[in-house]
Design a protein around this ligand. Sequence first.
Ligand code: CU
Length: 470
Amino acid sequence: MFSRRQFLGAGASAVGAAIIAPPWRVAASDTPFLELEAKPATALLAGPDKTPVSIWGYQGTVPGPVVRVRRGDRVRVRLKNGLEQPTTIHWHGIRIANAMDGVPGLTQDAVPPGGTFDYSFTAPDAGTYWYHSHAKTWEQIARGLYGVLIVEEETPPKVDQDLAFVADDWRLEKAGQIDEASFGAMVDWSHGGRMGNWLTINGLTEPDIPVRAGERIRLRLVNTANARTMTFNFGRLSAQIVALDGQPVPQSSPGAEGVILAPAQRADLIIDIDAKPGETIPVWEVSTRHRLQAAQFVLSDKPPVRQRPPDEPVILAPNPLRAELNPDDAEQIELVMEGGAMGGLREGTIDDRVLSIQELVEKKLVWAFNGKAGMQIKPLATVPKGRTAVINMVNKTAFPHAMHMHGYHFQVIERDGKPVRGAPWRDTELVQRNEQVRIAFVADNPGKWLFHCHMLEHAAAGMITWFEVA
Ligand SMILES: [Cu+2]
């Protein structure tokens, strides 16, 4: 059995030493500007008894501070660049004003070392979002430049604890530091992206989640990994999904394997701690090849807060999305995904120039959308404001891709030729190899918006495009 923990020869010695607990609260709206400085720091992410790991973090922590506001509030954050390379912040999943979207070269200039940029925007939707660097993401996010953005409902559901659960997949070398030598490795870029060998939750190894018997917990799962799709299994505790990518869904049980999160995806769970005082219940990250302990609920010895789980289901109020799609009178956009290892890409164009695969490889571009590798001067499409847009994604590659749209949530309306009804609103959708997925949204948010694979090496190696709404 493959275990990412075996890589460093670590045993279970660190278990129980680290703790996830509040306060995780930084309100961004009650100060003129909350400062988030991106800077080098160290973190005990491999365990409290291990060498501190050199990371880059907002305010020097990984994850960065939780930014927590109420729906409709204005978020005011001053990014300070304490790095030696340019950076920006993207507010992932927020239907944001375009100028605040944080994409260098498209919505703003990258912030130079020593510079600042003021982000100020309203958060239109309640839910679990995240913020992260959008410059050289395959390095900056891999080094730790991300944090959680929580937008509270006007009337949040009644829970005993509301906790972030931020999963990352680090690639550490033998000495326990971030494997820098493999940044940009073609083998990752042309295959499944940079896979790690060390799992952290909230920047900690196998942290304890202190709870009390009978409690109802809201757990906000975020996958910040560069490339790894993760599946979380809560064992004998029942986990109910109440939101995906920030948007409420009817309460439902995950499949038997657990809650699947592609890179950048989120899930809000309601978990009732239906267990005895003093018990410990592991949370597993599972795949066909491994089963890793990610964290554990540690129940105090105190008597249960209630004898039985609360009866009432959790129903989150819907967000004010434009949900009335009109696919029959829509802007139809085709997006054929090609390239990568075993992908058979022979050539690709950059703007109007045709390049052979050898020339593309020299530019580290090995993936293409509609034959176009990487960002182009011209948009994929221009959609009149207010019109429904439909994008038909056809994955002709040998790999799955986590397609992320900026500025919008969209709905899957067809998969492999079969109509889909009532799909959740997502900002990131996993498209499996050889799969066809048709998505739709109402183009009501003007501006220039990226649409790219959130497997960050794939985006850097060509799987990135943009559309304009005007
Ligand atoms: Cu991809």
